[in-house]
Design a protein around this ligand. Structure first.
Ligand SMILES: *Cc1c(COP(=O)(O)O)cnc(C)c1O
Length: 397
């Protein structure tokens, strides 16, 4: 397909940091997106686990339009009308006590890391080290990259911040071996997204919680991708009945309006950040917070958790059938509407072929097909996706 003017303009003018699919998306409706040629795609990517409500949700859009007409930005030097409401809603669903709004997930990770260091500093514990997990992904700024274990992402930017070590995910002993009297925090995704849809075990999550409480270490859960009802619980750590000291959120909380947040217990808040320690010009702005407040209102009213549990288990059933049917499909991973299938080969060809067949699908690492659709999909959309996957798998094998 010949590149259109949008592709040319993009490729000629942007820094080349992304390998884009050769398609220009223009508008969305429900769980479908249309490109500039009018071709319709079933969306199983949701803009990387962001658009939980799908596209064209009139209630959300109206709330955003109204807020745009009232006030989009005011800075944190003043109070605004939506910031407190959004924070209160996030507190209720997360079980945390205090919230700081950012503009992205990466920035929220930075704030979480700083909070843990400041907590140790205030308490004069002399702790500053972090333990993170292998196959983790927390973002690409210098701090977030420092706790991200992916050699290709890290190598050109070394040295990163010192005092970070990496444990085996789901191996409590390997975490325990890395704990020192300098460890201030352990950071993990309860369900690793970019790393290949790897779910923590119950034993691991409980073990980390216990270890942190015993040793005076803060537990940071990165819920950026796996949070906001994607697993069938509002946050993935709730699947395990484990409460972190700091929770990091982004992606789906604003339904596409760029916003992130980190939240903490009252105990952490009392001993960590004070005025002057951290800030952001846009963070908590009226538009972003209107998006968060309305998103949570809709999720709760529509009982999104129950919907995800139902459609998610149907998706799991159907993916299990693919595992049985095709030798190349090695296993199914994940839960709810964050699932994947691991193939015995790179999945790049499959995602490209699926695009031709009218489905947006992304990968996680090289060999996992990652399925993170809008949370409002129905079983019929799962059936349509499975048809595409089956067709493409038959073609490939
Ligand atoms: C996407 C993601 C991030 C980074 O968030 P951005 O909004 O892209 O900065 C961090 N952690 C996890 C688990 C993510 O999936």
């Amino acid at each position: 397909m010949a590149p259109n003017k949008y592709m040319q303009e993009t490729d000629n003018n942007l820094v080349h940091t992304y390998n884009r699919f050769p398609v220009t998306l223009e508008r969305g409706e429900g769980v479908y997106i249309y490109d500039t040629d009018g071709k319709k795609y079933l969306d199983f990517a949701a803009g990387i686990a962001v658009s939980g409500l799908g596209y064209g949700n009139q209630e959300l859009n109206l709330a955003l339009k109204e807020q745009i007409d009232k006030l989009m930005h005011s800075s944190n030097l003043y109070y605004n009308t939506t910031c407190g409401e959004a924070a209160n809603a996030l507190k209720k669903i997360s079980g945390m006590d205090r919230v700081f709004f950012t503009n992205s997930g990466t920035e929220a990770i930075e704030g979480a890391l700083k909070s843990a260091r400041k907590y140790a500093w205030t308490k004069k514990t002399g702790r500053y080290e972090y333990i993170a997990m292998k196959d983790s992904f927390h973002g690409r700024s210098m701090g977030a990259l420092s706790v991200t274990e992916h050699e290709a992402y890290r190598a050109p930017f070394e040295p990163l911040i010192p005092g970070v070590s990496f444990a085996e995910f789901n191996n409590l002993d390997s975490v325990k071996k890395l704990v020192t009297d300098k460890t201030c925090a352990i950071i993990l995704e309860p369900l690793q997204g970019e790393g290949g849809i790897n779910m923590a075990t119950q034993e691991f999550m409980e073990g980390i919680r216990e270890l942190c409480s015993e040793e005076g270490i803060l537990m940071i859960c990165d819920e950026i991708q796996c949070g906001m009802a994607r697993t069938g619980e509002m946050f993935a750590c709730q699947l395990y009945d484990v409460k972190p000291d700091i929770m990091v959120m982004a992606k789906a909380i604003g339904s596409g309006v760029p916003v992130g947040a980190f939240a903490m217990t009252q105990e952490v808040a009392e001993y960590s950040l004070v005025p002057g320690d951290h800030g952001t010009t846009y963070g908590g702005n009226p538009l972003a917070c209107a998006a968060v407040a309305k998103t949570i209102e809709i999720f709760e009213r529509e009982d999104m958790k129950a919907h995800v549990k139902e459609v998610g288990s149907y998706l799991a059933e159907k993916l299990d059938e693919l595992v049985k049917e095709y030798d190349a499909v090695l296993e199914r991973r994940g839960i709810g509407l964050i699932q994947g299938i691991r193939l015995n080969q790179p999945v790049g060809e499959l995602t490209k072929k699926a695009l031709k067949e009218g489905a947006l699908i992304i990968s996680a690492r090289s060999d996992v097909v990652r399925l993170v659709p809008p949370l409002v999909i129905e079983k019929e959309h799962v059936d349509a996706l499975i048809d595409v996957l089956s067709k493409v798998l038959r073609e490939m094998l």
